[in-house]
Design a protein around this ligand. Structure first.
Ligand SMILES: Cc1ncc(COP(=O)(O)O)c(C=O)c1O
Length: 424
């Protein structure tokens, strides 16, 4: 074990990691779609560094945008002051976002983007005099982040078992994945008919529930949800932290059903995978409820030290341009090849099914009792030159949108070989 590995084991505490069994892989550098470890071994970044890298690592245009901004201003607070990169990125986001979303509130992670939408929705209803609207709706197996508000509107049973007493309480609507959506919609309609006066918002990921296991919703489901929420005066909060910035084949997933939510939560790909940044977009109608004289205390009481960090915003602006110009068209052109590769993976022994929405893929393995097959396959994939992460027994493919045809071949070969070895 190297000095760094030993030191990591001595002082670090890694997220979602059983540290008793932790064996560190030190990443020393990166180059395009590849990560390089401290021994010089290269790995395809098959999950885009937890779904945030869009254009590959060390992209010359993003590096330049970051260095140029560094020569001007690294950070200043957005509380009481403002700056050009924040303003310019805000304008660009409003331009590409679904119609009606005109206001941008920055933060620094997907969890905070969701948490902010929850608080804004809650405060909006208070300000409008509808004080009973204090509850939230969510989908069954939802995942919206790890802060207490975000866990509260999530449906991961394990997290609720551990943190239950601390959480915002929410009501669950059955996940429509794998069905025609009618049961879920009927349940939603029933809850709204009985409780709309107590419900502030419905929060959900549009089209695909990522961390829940790449669960894909039936066509038309999102549009129906939007219609029901509108009819019952319940806000629609769309969490596009995972699905946004080209992942599903369009800039935002909700475009595919022509839905414009009341709030749109963005993070991960917003800065191309370079720096922590997030944004919660809201409509002018919501924003205007918070206006008044300072003494009225209507302003939104929330903010973080690194809100709208100028370096992150400068990279985000360049990343958005690059996405529209090249990375999204590149990914779209490769989606059919990925579908063909997945058809071959689906036919492998031990594979229960595959799910794909653009560049979001889940490969579900048949469960073998007493084994964590997903984790085993991902660990084996490293020896074949690919970094993957599982969601239980679902192997995730979420490569950068700059993926090349040769990278896709490696991704398929490494996955196939690793599944074969794990089952041998
Ligand atoms: C849909 C969704 N929402 C929120 C989050 C939380 O984002 P973060 O890890 O940046 O807090 C994630 C992270 O995976 C996510 O997939």
């Amino acid at each position: 074990m190297s000095d760094l590995q030993e030191l990591d084991q001595r002082v670090m505490w890694h997220p979602f990691t059983q540290m008793a069994e932790w064996s560190p892989l030190v990443i020393a550098a990166a180059d395009g779609n590849y990560l390089v470890d401290s021994d010089g071994k290269r790995y395809l970044d098959g999950v885009s560094s937890l779904w945030c890298n869009l254009h590959g690592h060390r992209h010359p245009r993003l590096d330049r945008a970051l260095r140029d901004q560094l020569d001007r201003l690294a950070h200043v607070t957005f509380l009481g002051l403002t700056h050009e990169p924040g303003i310019r990125l805000g304008e660009a986001l409003v331009e590409v976002a679904p119609k009606g979303l005109t206001r941008v509130f920055y933060s620094d992670s997907g969890s905070t983007a969701v948490e902010i939408a929850l608080k804004q929705s809650f405060q909006y209803w208070q300000l409008r005099g509808q004080r009973s609207k204090q509850r939230f709706l969510r989908l069954g197996e939802a995942y919206h982040g790890d802060t207490l508000g975000a866990v509260g509107v999530g449906g991961i049973e394990l997290f609720h078992r551990v943190f239950g007493p601390l959480l915002v309480r929410s009501m669950a609507v059955p996940t429509p994945a794998g069905t025609d959506g009618s049961v879920s919609l009927a349940a939603l309609e029933e809850i709204l008919a009985a409780h709309a006066s107590e419900i502030a918002a419905f929060v959900l990921e549009p089209l695909v529930q990522g961390a829940a296991g790449m669960l894909i919703h039936p066509k038309g489901y999102l549009a129906r949800v939007a219609e029901l929420c509108r009819r019952h005066s319940v806000h629609l909060i769309l969490d596009e932290v995972a699905t946004g910035f080209g992942r599903t084949g369009t800039l935002f997933a909700c475009e595919q059903e022509a839905v414009s939510p009341d709030f749109l939560c963005l993070a991960k790909g917003i800065s191309g995978g370079y720096l922590p940044l997030a944004a919660t977009l809201a409509t002018e109608e919501i924003f205007s409820a918070f206006l008044g004289s300072p003494a009225e205390l209507k302003q939104f009481f929330h903010g973080h030290t690194y809100t709208a960090n100028p370096l992150a915003c400068a990279v985000g602006l360049e990343s958005l341009a690059l996405l529209v110009e090249s990375s999204l068209p590149n990914a779209r052109a490769l989606i059919p090849d990925m579908t063909l590769a997945l058809a071959r993976v689906q036919a492998l022994p031990g594979v229960a099914g595959v799910r794909q929405c653009g560049f979001m893929v889940g490969i579900e393995l048949e469960t073998v009792s007493g084994r964590a097959l997903g984790a085993e396959v991902c660990l084996r994939a490293r020896s074949h030159g690919v970094i993957l992460r599982p969601l239980g027994d679902v192997i995730v493919w979420m490569p950068p949108l700059s993926l090349q045809a040769s990278d896709l071949v490696l991704l398929e070969q490494a996955t196939t070989a690793s599944i074969g070895e794990a089952l041998a």
